[in-house]
Design a protein around this ligand. Structure first.
Ligand SMILES: Nc1ncnc2c1ncn2[C@@H]1O[C@H](COP(=O)(O)OP(=O)(O)OP(=O)(O)O)[C@@H](O)[C@H]1O
Ligand SMILES: [Mg+2]
Length: 501
């Protein structure tokens, strides 16, 4: 059935519901996207954004839906194949590409399926792939194996593949989460181009500045319920944050002086060839030191040396006044170091194990060494404590961690490290993929921990995050600490200018 709405709407959903066990991921949600529109889907971690995408693309079947309509065509039971044939594509976080195939092969992948190797016309395929990239205004070596490309370019390949399939509605689920600022800007340019070419984009991101910049309208979902649909014109980040969380979010500079606090960590002349040089760093007990700069500035490498993952070539470190030269991560942890990184999949969590086990895994040794056996009740207490403190949204602690939404997984990583009762906590891009409400929650806890005397090194690309949550800010570039700033005497735009100059 084709209706008059055909020209106006790429997608219409009315009263769509989906539950997983006891969790109502979507509760009678309406969602409409106009043709050629950039529309953001916003809400806290676990509110149902990815689930909504999966319903539209036939990955999940909804329990009930009054209407699912794509390009004016009403659909009763949507399948992934049908969604694709109708021109719906998703750029998933993991991109679903083939690392050992070339750029051109990845773009033309769906054309290749079913063809025998001999019948693939490489010349033609490469030409078509090249045309699609041209449409995006991107130049790329078509024969390069995908694994040789940085993540930002792989993403472009995924988008090109969608266009190759004539996508007219593209969902992007947190496409900028692992991109640098300049890569993000380039992606937003591509999104604008697509929209100008009549492709509708549904964009999911926890970076609200970006949401307001790129979208015409934003649909806000809270706990699986529709909050409303708003034009971004005239909308502020603060207001959007309120709509997402249902309450006002404090976002002020929280810097304070700690003249009498003892030094918790100190590095002098720390260097590692090709990574960072002559780094002097002092963190007092109870102090939050922000470390910002561009990707590749050497910040994470520095953190890795502090955590005993690699050794410095020269210079020395002290922890609580004693020489500190960790031989391994285990040694670092035993001396009171903790490290939360954005890379939850490789460093943080055991995907198949339960939430409870993931939370207590770092303390297991501590608990077992005392009693010889981990007490179930102690384990349950710890898990309950941190899940409550961090507001992790879960079904049951026994559920596998993989059922949690991305942001909630990140909170479990934090919970896991906090349970080790550290002296110095390194937070390395801790809020990638974490929603505004949860970010505020995480930083409230960080602040509390600092007030109790924990020393914290906060590494982040997000200038606002560093501004609001640090006592002092260090700017690192080209492997060197360039300058120290007081968050109370510099503004976000001023600091951004120094970093991106
Ligand atoms: N396969 C699944 N099995 C069980 N529960 C699930 C499954 N997929 C999602 N959920 C639950 O449904 C809810 C919505 O999850 P969803 O992934 O849609 O959130 P989201 O809005 O995308 O969050 P995030 O911003 O963290 O990515 C969450 O409570 C999540 O734990
Ligand atoms: Mg999601």
């Amino acid at each position: 059935m084709t209706t008059a709405s055909a020209e106006r709407f790429a997608l219409r959903l009315h009263k769509v519901s989906k539950a997983f066990g006891g969790v109502q991921a979507l509760n009678k949600v309406d969602f409409e996207v106009r043709a050629g529109e950039v529309h953001c889907l916003a809400g806290e971690n676990g509110c149902g954004k990815s689930t909504l995408i999966k319903v539209v693309t036939g990955v999940h079947r909804p329990e009930s839906a009054d209407l699912i309509e794509l390009f004016g065509q009403r659909i009763d039971r949507i399948t992934p194949v049908q969604a694709r044939e109708l021109g719906v594509s998703v750029i998933w976080q993991d991109l679903a590409l083939f690392p050992h195939m070339s750029v051109a092969e990845n773009i033309a992948f769906d054309d290749l399926v079913g063809l025998r190797p001999k019948s693939v016309r490489y010349g033609e395929m490469t030409t078509r792939a090249g045309k699609v990239l041209e449409r995006l205004g991107v130049r790329m070596e078509l024969g390069a194996p995908l694994h040789s490309l940085p993540i930002a370019q792989r993403q472009v390949v995924a988008i090109a593949r969608a266009l190759m399939n004539d996508a007219k509605l593209i969902f992007m689920d947190e496409p900028t989460a692992s991109l640098t600022q300049s890569e993000t800007d380039r992606l937003l340019d591509i999104v604008r181009k697509l929209s100008a070419q009549g492709v509708a984009i549904v964009f999911v991101s926890h970076r609200l500045a970006e949401v307001l910049e790129i979208a015409e309208r934003v649909t806000v979902v809270r706990d699986g319920n529709l909050v409303g649909v708003y034009p971004t014109e005239g909308m502020t980040q603060a207001r959007l944050g309120e709509l997402m969380t249902g309450h006002h979010i404090e976002n002020d500079v929280s810097a304070r002086d700690l003249p009498d606090a003892p030094v918790a960590f100190q590095a002098r002349g720390l260097s590692r060839h090709g990574e960072f040089h002559d780094v002097d760093l002092t963190i007092k007990a109870g102090e939050v030191v922000g470390l910002t700069g561009l990707i590749g500035a050497g910040r994470t490498e520095l953190a890795h040396v502090m955590m005993g993952m690699r050794r410095a070539d020269s210079g020395d470190m002290q922890l609580n006044g004693a020489p500190y030269r960790p031989k391994s991560v285990r040694a670092a942890i035993e001396q009171g170091m903790a490290y939360v990184s954005e890379d939850r999949l490789s460093l943080g969590l055991l995907q198949k194990q339960s939430i409870a086990d993931n939370t207590v895994i770092s303390v297991l040794r501590k608990l077992t060494s005392v009693t010889g056996l981990i007490s179930e009740s102690r384990k349950a207490d710890l898990v309950r404590h941190w899940i409550k403190e961090l507001g992790v949204k879960i079904g049951a602690p026994e559920d596998p961690i993989s059922t949690l939404s991305g942001g909630n997984q990140q909170k479990v990583v934090l919970a896991k490290w906090l349970a080790t009762d550290p002296k110095l906590l390194i937070l390395d891009s801790p809020t990638v993929g974490v929603d505004v409400g949860a970010r505020a929650g995480i930083f409230r806890i960080v602040r509390q921990l600092a007030d109790e005397g924990l020393a914290i090194l906060l590494i982040s690309d997000e200038v606002t995050e560093v501004m609001h949550n640090s006592d002092r800010i260090l700017h690192m570039a080209d492997g060197r600490i360039q300058q120290e700033y007081d968050p109370r005497t510099i503004s976000v735009p001023q600091l951004e200018e120094r970093i991106y100059a």
